[in-house]
Design a binder for this molecule. Structure first.
Ligand code: CP
Length: 313
């Protein structure tokens, strides 16, 4: 067993509280490395990392590639067009093929929930889930936790409202249980058509009216409407949705003084956030992106054999 109690990161539940803090502490060290002029460490020299992204991504895929390269691993990127899956190769056969090339760590994004698990059953490599369908996105949760911990110093007693498309969100699926585990209270805020049947199973209460709770929240976390996963319109129009759940100047003014706005990206400007609200929140939204590189470096380092105390080799 390495520095974490798990060999893979398939779901956020693979990590216990101590693991999560180990990842965040290690990421803090890597964040300092990333602020240097020379950002490269020899730590993973000779190790092979494959990024298999079979769904679009800007932030996650790029930050995993940067993370691997900053740790001196050999990083290979595979997209749908460049993989034999377009010729009909099954996921199991893809896994066995990549395994035969002695890959050390695989990051996978796939439209099907459970795809990372299938890879873990058919490869010797460590597997990281880079987002599977509407199931989980654990590295997004970790970079969000990093951002929240840096802002508030901890999680105990924080009130977090997660607003929007809860039903189709893999971000919610990882972030809500992690926040609950760490002592925060989580409220899902959405119309009934965008809530899962049992948000409580993911550690959250729920409410339909954003304005009823907005002024009590420490973190207001906006989710993107996942148009690509929605069959039937869950609300009359985007304009109506934005009126009820979007953050605009008025709602910005009614948030707690020290509250923060977060969003995993990409943002639908004018829907989850007005253009003005995006610009108000821009520093923190980009801080999340910046933290994503350090958190992914930390995970690679810890899964591939780093020290538990977060000391960098
Ligand atoms: N937040 C997130 O997963 O963004 P990408 O789809 O750009 O990776």
């Amino acid at each position: 067993m390495g520095a974490l109690t798990t060999e893979h990161l398939l779901n956020i539940e693979d990590l216990n509280v101590e693991d999560i803090h180990t990842v965040l502490d290690t990421a803090l060290s890597f964040k300092e490395v990333n602020e240097r002029t020379i950002k490269k460490l020899p730590t993973l020299r000779g190790r092979t990392v494959i990024n298999l992204f079979l769904e679009p991504s800007t932030r996650t895929r790029t930050s995993f590639e940067i993370a691997a390269k900053r740790l001196s691993a050999d990083a290979i990127n595979m997209s749908p067009a460049a993989s034999a899956t377009v010729k009909g190769e099954s996921l199991v056969d893809t896994a066995k093929t990549l395994d035969a090339m002695d890959c050390d760590l695989l990051v996978i994004r796939h439209r099907y929930a459970g795809a990372p698990y299938i890879m873990s059953q058919n490869m010797r490599a460590h597997i990281i889930n880079g987002g599977d369908g509407k199931h989980q996105h654990p590295t997004q949760a970790l970079l969000d936790l990093f951002t929240i911990r840096e802002r508030f110093g901890g999680f105990e007693g924080l009130k977090v409202g997660i607003v929007g498309d809860i039903a189709h969100s893999r971000v919610f699926g990882s972030l809500a249980p992690a926040l609950k585990l760490l002592g925060a209270s989580v409220t899902a805020i959405a119309p009934a058509t965008l809530l899962p049947a049992r948000p409580d199973l993911l550690g959250a209460g729920y409410i339909h009216d954003l304005d009823e709770v907005l002024g009590h929240l420490d973190v207001v976390y906006l989710l993107r409407i996942q148009k690509e996963r929605i069959d039937q319109a869950p609300f009359p129009s985007l304009r109506e949705y934005a009126r009820l759940y979007g953050i605009n100047r008025d709602r910005l003014g009614r948030m707690k003084k020290d509250a923060i706005l977060m969003h995993p990206g990409p943002v639908n400007r004018g829907v989850e956030l007005t253009f003005e609200a995006v610009d108000t929140a821009a520093n923190l939204l980009l801080y999340q992106v910046n933290a994503g590189v350090a958190v992914r470096m930390a995970l690679m380092y810890l899964l591939l054999g780093g020290d538990r105390d977060g000391t960098l080799a």
